[in-house]
Design a protein around this ligand. Structure first.
Ligand SMILES: CC(C)(COP(=O)(O)OP(=O)(O)OC[C@H]1O[C@@H](n2cnc3c(N)ncnc32)[C@H](O)[C@@H]1OP(=O)(O)O)[C@@H](O)C(=O)NCCC(=O)NCCS
Length: 145
């Protein structure tokens, strides 16, 4: 699916903030240890990445954070409003992110699917992703709470 007159991909703007947080909430992406406002503020300091929203008119119906660290690309907070899912819009946003990363010379994307959200693996498999032989490790540096 290509970008159409009905849907437009744009860069995040401050007036999208409340809608994006509501979208993440509706999509089950908010966790108590991640303050969504702080996550947005931090993303806005990212000089190499992008924070895209998918708009129908002025309404945010999708969002995604993408970044390139000079070695790998990453994707976070991909969300399509539940009322608009299964219409190719998740793929549309991911295709946009892939094109953005390829333009930067990024050779590979790493992304995480939370345990408990395994059904979404099928979506990523359709897009050509496969499980890596690597165990993700994390260490919190700044607590949000
Ligand atoms: C994951 C998500 C973004 C997918 O968006 P979407 O707009 O529904 O996906 P699309 O319609 O573009 O689907 C693309 C393909 O994946 C398939 N697909 C999507 N979700 C699927 C699922 N849960 N199970 C099986 N296949 C799925 C579609 O059938 C479609 O296949 P096709 O090309 O053969 O028709 C959306 O379900 C979502 O926002 N989920 C909640 C938030 C989330 O979990 N985000 C990811 C965090 S890692």
């Amino acid at each position: 699916m290509e970008s159409t007159d009905e849907f437009k991909i744009a860069g995040f703007e401050e007036n999208h903030r409340d809608q994006v947080i509501r979208l993440w909430d509706r999509c089950g992406l908010i966790r108590p240890w991640n303050d969504p406002n702080k996550d947005i503020d931090r993303k806005l300091t990212d000089k190499n990445g992008a924070f895209f929203v998918l708009l129908r008119g002025a309404v945010v119906i999708g969002a995604v954070m993408v970044s390139y660290d000079g070695h790998r690309g990453s994707i976070y907070y991909l969300a399509i409003d539940p009322d608009c899912q299964s219409r190719g819009l998740g793929k549309l946003l991911m295709d946009h992110c892939e094109a953005f990363l390829v333009d930067l010379g990024c050779p590979k994307i790493n992304l995480f699917v939370r345990r408990g959200n395994e059904p979404v693996m099928k979506f990523y498999e359709k897009l050509g992703f496969e499980e890596d032989a690597a165990v993700p490790l994390g260490k919190r540096l700044i607590p949000d709470t």
